[in-house]
Design a protein. Structure first.
Ligand SMILES: *[C@@H]1O[C@H](CO)[C@@H](O)[C@H](O)[C@H]1NC(C)=O
Ligand SMILES: *[C@@H]1O[C@H](CO)[C@@H](O)[C@H](O)[C@H]1NC(C)=O
Ligand SMILES: *[C@@H]1O[C@H](CO)[C@@H](O)[C@H](O)[C@H]1NC(C)=O
Length: 489
């Protein structure tokens, strides 16, 4: 009830024209009661709201700003730097590097209101507005100083020219000089939003080096040869609602075998990738930093069959990664010696699976639960152990359970079997279903018999993933066995 009236009061302002008058009066007694008089008032408010939206929009999109590139510096004026005012060419024909760098330089000179981390100048929400243009650049866009934050670059397309340095990134959030003293982080709270970045097969899209609270939102990054996005040290880079692919394809590309590069390369901690599609790259996401989280990621970057990897967790010994609600589409997750890894509520299509790759034989604190797998009946295991370097010999707290498979081989760390028969020995072989060879940490069984004798029975052997139950004399019985590889008790 409380929820409902809150929801209604939130929606009222926007949707009043759709509300059936009077019907929900009893839920609305402490908010607004709708009458026909309030209906007109609500319509009026809605109109005013719409007008205010349109007004904001026109400020952002019409080129009616003053010819002076410098915005007024009053505290209450917005600091919006329109790049065409600096001579940038929105048709993409001539080189706009100088103009974009000049706009960036001015933006980073803005007054500091000092609300950010120590050593970071707060630019007060300054914006570099690309005005929906398409700009060609021949040098990376770098901020001329470190130690600034609260800045946004948004709203346009940037393409690397044919002489762009092939080891660079279009937008490069790194330290440009070795000026001392430098703050502990290069940048804080920089937002890169609504951008199409085309690396023109010359290097990468965005690099974020030793920075804090960087947003990459609604970006389309393509034609990279190195990394679409590189995040190195620092923390809390949030990448969301974005699309990355080396080649522009919608799947089934005849050159998929040749896709290279890495779409997102996370070499730092505490980052999040949410609602991101990776449609072409040899590796979708390469992870070498801890405590990163992935949600709503759809990888169809390069099929495992062609040598691609969806998400590669290269943090043997301390992984600390969560992958949830994601869609691995013909491309797998590989984790080296995973320690603390959680994968759940995800969908694996086309024989995509999870490979636990032994480096030093350690796997600890892993849960792979509640996922769906769908394959082509070629016997691919949903979770596969790659023990080519070394067998896994330190296995603890590994839970692979409650996954469902269609056309793939189910593997679990807990299994049940039952058998009905007359005899003195019941033998159960779990090798087909258990993930780890020769590892049963816990057995439970029940022996049910309604026959004449009251049988003596015992668990006689647990080895090689086989369980043997024996009775003293022949009985007709139902035997049920449950085994567990995850924990000892
Ligand atoms: C893909 O790579 C192979 C081998 O590297 C090469 O022979 C082939 O020409 C490439 N195809 C395309 C379309 O680039
Ligand atoms: C079970 O097997 C034994 C001998 O193997 C036999 O004597 C007995 O009648 C059997 N019991 C039932 C219920 O079939
Ligand atoms: C238990 O079974 C294994 C084969 O699975 C066998 O090698 C071993 O000797 C058995 N142990 C005992 C005590 O019977």
């Amino acid at each position: 009830m409380a929820k409902r009236s809150l929801l209604w009061s939130l929606l009222l302002g926007l949707l009043s024209c759709f509300i059936v008058v009077g019907t929900y009066g009893e839920n609305l007694h402490h908010s607004r009661t709708i009458s026909s008089g309030n209906y007109h008032e609500a319509m009026h408010r809605l109109k005013a709201f719409k007008t205010s939206l349109t007004r904001h929009e026109s400020i952002a999109s019409t080129p009616s700003y003053s010819p002076s590139p410098l915005p007024s510096q009053g505290v209450n004026n917005p600091h919006v730097y329109h790049v065409t005012a600096y001579g940038a060419d929105p048709s993409g024909n001539s080189d706009s590097t100088e103009a974009l760098l000049a706009a960036i330089a001015d933006a980073t000179k803005g007054p500091s209101e000092r609300y950010l981390l120590e050593g970071i100048n707060d630019l007060g929400g300054a914006q570099i507005n690309l005005e929906g243009g398409n700009y060609m650049i021949s040098q990376p866009l770098k901020l001329p100083v470190v130690g600034v934050g609260n800045l946004m670059i948004h709203g346009g397309t940037i393409r690397a020219s044919n002489n762009f340095p092939a080891d660079s990134y279009i937008i490069d959030l790194s330290k440009s000089s070795n000026k001392t003293p430098s703050p502990s982080y290069n940048f804080e709270y920089i937002t890169l939003k609504d951008l199409l970045l085309d690396s023109n097969f010359r290097g990468g899209g965005i690099s974020v080096i030793n920075s804090l609270r960087i947003n990459i939102d609604n970006c389309y990054i393509t034609h990279f040869t190195t990394n679409g996005i590189l995040v190195q040290s620092g923390h809390e880079t949030y990448i969301r609602n974005s699309f990355l692919g080396q080649h522009i394809t919608a799947g089934g590309d005849k050159n998929e075998r040749n896709f290279s590069g890495t779409a997102i390369n996370l070499q730092g901690n505490d980052n999040a990738v949410t609602d991101v599609v990776i449609f072409s790259a040899a590796v979708g996401i390469m992870v070498t930093g801890q405590a990163n989280t992935f949600s709503g990621v759809h990888c169809y970057n390069k099929a495992t069959g062609f040598g691609g990897t969806g998400i590669y967790l290269k943090l043997p010994g301390l992984t600390q990664t969560r992958i949830v609600n994601s869609y691995m589409d013909y491309t797998s997750i590989v984790a080296e010696d995973p320690v603390q890894l959680h994968i759940s509520s995800s969908f694996f299509l086309g024989d995509a699976n999870i490979v636990l790759k032994s480096m030093n034989g350690v796997v600890n604190g892993v849960s792979i639960v509640d996922n769906m797998f769908s394959g082509k009946n070629s016997g691919v295991e949903i979770v596969h152990l790659d023990q080519s370097n070394s067998p896994f010999h330190q296995v603890d707290q590994v839970f692979v359970d409650r996954n469902i498979a269609r056309g793939m081989k189910l593997k679990t760390t807990t299994a049940k079997m039952s058998m009905q028969g007359n005899g003195t020995s019941w033998s159960f072989d779990f090798n087909n279903i258990l993930l780890f060879p020769n590892l049963i940490k816990n057995v439970q069984y029940s022996l049910g018999s309604t026959c004449c004798t009251f049988p003596n029975h015992a668990l006689r052997n647990v080895s090689e993933n086989r369980v043997v139950i024996e009775t003293k004399e022949a009985v007709n019985a139902d035997v049920f066995v449950m085994v567990d590889q995850s924990v000892a008790s």
